[in-house]
Write a protein that binds this ligand. Structure first.
Ligand SMILES: Cc1cc2nc3c(=O)[nH]c(=O)nc-3n(C[C@H](O)[C@H](O)[C@H](O)COP(=O)(O)O)c2cc1C
Ligand SMILES: [Fe+2]
Ligand SMILES: [Fe+2]
Length: 405
């Protein structure tokens, strides 16, 4: 990988990670993820965000540095906007190569440097509005943006080039390859990254949507020419685009999202699926777009992304041992943790002996602030009457979605 020129004295370096390993131990990244770092040069040299020793990432970073004639030992300041190990895991090794570089983070970030890496010296805590003068007219500023998505997070601002280094905020899944800038990708590639940005947001950021709003408001006064996150595309042509996307995703935490329905289903022997097919006919008659995911076959990462973007949700599952079909219990638990709130929801399902899913389901979703339509259950395979009722339920939900603002 080579370094990419952003502006005089500012470069993006990135490592692409392609692995079957899950991101954060939970989220699949079949198309990889990029770990972006940045170099800002004055008389002194700052490196913004590091990598983890993960599938050759440090070696890729080293190669990118050497493409601008730099070595790790040339770095004077290592700025850590966020202490999650995807951006810091290689810190101890970096320290061995360069014991003199000062490590800069918020006070909470410095505490994490100490506890994660047992490093006690050469650390500088910065707070909101503090600056770092690199000489030759380059001055970096720091703004605390807490809970994006950890308590210690901050962004770094280079006023001279108008570059905002945001670490996880405004980031995305998906490896970049040889290109990093928004104007270098075609429409199809942008569609891919848009889907991966939504999935990244839903998986990683969604619980902290209120802090996304706060950060965007706080940074509104800056004349941002380049949004430079530490995962995914660097936005130099249209930085407002990615900020706008995050703003929209954050707004979906408060209620209405897209006029779409996310159908999430699980079934042991297909009886619930037959009922769902009738419900889908109702939705189709109303012309409301929908997505469909089966659990546990499809990973909750995509289920969550679909649910996040949709105003309507259908949960279709049978009763299993007097309770919820277990993979759906996991989905609902993730929805609670990730604040999938304010949705219009319908639950349907088949049972064999006496049911039981409904009782556990009703108790489970109580905390989700959902606007639920009366659920529909049936015994065994659905009768013609059940199918007609399910189609009507599908229409009812679709009409509600169409009517919302
Ligand atoms: C492992 C297992 C556990 C089940 N537990 C219950 C139960 O507790 N209560 C009930 O009414 N039916 C129970 N059933 C029956 C199913 O809910 C019933 O067959 C239903 O129609 C299955 O729908 P499906 O074809 O969509 O999987 C169970 C079935 C299986 C295979
Ligand atoms: Fe993170
Ligand atoms: Fe990250």
């Amino acid at each position: 990988m080579k370094a990419h020129f952003i502006s005089d004295s500012v470069y993006c370096l990135h490592a692409d990670v392609q692995t079957d390993e899950l991101f954060e131990g939970i989220w699949p990244i079949p198309d990889g993820v990029s770990l972006n770092s940045y170099i800002v040069k004055g008389e002194k040299i700052a490196l913004i965000d590091l990598v983890r020793d993960w599938i050759g990432a440090p070696q890729q970073l080293e190669a990118a540095l050497s493409s601008v004639n730099l070595k790790f030992s040339d770095i004077d300041y290592l700025i850590l906007n966020h202490l999650e190990p995807d951006h810091t895991g290689w810190l101890a090794e970096f320290r061995k190569l360069n014991p003199r570089a000062e490590v800069i983070a918020t006070a909470k970030g410095i505490n994490l440097v100490k506890s994660f890496y047992k490093i006690e010296t050469g650390l500088r805590a910065v707070k909101d509005g503090d600056t770092l003068d690199l000489g030759a007219g380059k001055v970096l500023s720091f703004f605390e943006t807490p809970n994006l998505h950890w308590p210690e997070t901050m962004v770094t601002w280079d006023a001279q080039s108008g570059s905002l280094f945001t670490c996880d905020a405004f980031g995305s899944f998906g490896a970049l390859g040889e290109r990093v800038f928004d104007d270098e990708f075609n429409e199809k590639e942008h569609a891919f990254f848009e889907a991966e940005t939504l999935r990244y947001y839903a998986d990683i950021i969604s619980s902290f949507s209120i802090f996304v709003d706060r950060a965007i408001q706080k940074l509104a006064g800056l004349d941002i020419k380049c949004v430079a996150p530490s995962h995914g595309i660097v936005w130099r042509k249209d930085p407002k685009e990615i900020i706008g996307r995050y703003k929209t995703y954050a707004s979906w935490a408060r209620g209405p999202a897209k006029k779409e329905i996310a159908l999430i289903w699980g079934s042991m022997y297909g009886m619930t699926k037959t009922g769902l097919d009738a419900l889908i006919r109702g939705i189709e008659k109303e012309g409301v777009p929908y997505s469909i995911r089966r659990v546990p076959d499809e990973n909750v990462s995509w289920v969550l992304a679909d649910a996040w973007k949709s105003s309507g949700i259908v949960i279709a599952m049978p009763t299993y041992e007097y309770a919820i079909f277990p993979p759906m219990a996991y989905v609902l638990d993730i929805f609670r943790r990730k604040h999938v709130f304010g949705k219009k929801v319908l639950r349907i399902g088949s049972w064999g002996w006496v049911g039981g899913a409904k009782k556990e389901y009703d108790a489970t979703v109580e905390g989700l602030k959902w606007d639920s339509i009366e659920s529909y259950e049936w015994a065994g395979s659905p009768t013609a009457e059940d199918l007609a009722a399910l189609e009507a339920k599908g229409r009812e939900l679709a009409q509600l979605i169409k009517k919302q603002p």
